[in-house]
Design a protein around this ligand. Structure first.
Ligand code: SF4
Length: 165
């Protein structure tokens, strides 16, 4: 039974495979590649659900707080879309990270499943963010919670992860 109160009954894995065909990127982004180059030495890479719901938004903000405020020397914030859709710098950061944390908004586990689909044998530490804070689990949309409350939950999640780094 669902722990998070959303997203059906799936656990984000174990249901076989779906084959996706991703068009190779025609365009690169030199800013993204330079960022990846600069971040190579950091030991912990953080991928995250970039979803548009409340749970995804809490996870997204938590990843930003963790990587940019609480532990910027240790952690690198990965662009999930970039790492998933092109085999360049961001994907290499994920591939070669000494430690990989997948901060998931909910039990759909989109970030870890996406990256597992393009990097064989990947074994991220999956943290399901909505289990780390208390809230009304019937809520779904970002607009259903005040922005300040979302920030507070994101900060709490980020601190819990930072303490365990
Ligand atoms: S947290 Fe779950 S429902 Fe929300 S965007 Fe991510 S995968 Fe979708």
């Amino acid at each position: 039974m669902s722990n998070s109160g959303c997203c059906g009954t799936g656990n984000g894995g174990g249901g076989g495979y779906e084959i996706a065909r991703i068009e190779k990127a025609k365009n690169g982004c030199h800013l993204c590649e330079e960022y990846a180059e600069r971040q190579q030495a950091k030991p912990v890479a953080v991928i995250c659900c970039e979803g548009a719901c409340l749970r995804g938004e809490v996870a997204r903000q938590a990843a930003n707080i963790l990587c940019h405020s609480l532990a910027p020397e240790k952690t690198v914030r990965i662009c999930l879309g970039g790492a998933f859709t092109k085999d360049t710098g961001q994907r290499n950061l994920v591939r070669h990270a000494a430690r990989l944390i997948a901060l998931e908004g909910c039990q759909v586990n989109c970030a870890s499943r996406m990256m597992n689909g393009v990097i064989e044998g990947l074994a991220p530490e999956v943290i399901i963010a909505d289990r780390l804070y208390e809230f009304d689990r019937k809520l779904f949309g970002i607009e259903e919670m005040p922005p300040e409350q979302i920030q507070l939950h994101a900060g709490a999640v980020a601190r819990k992860i930072a303490e365990a780094l």
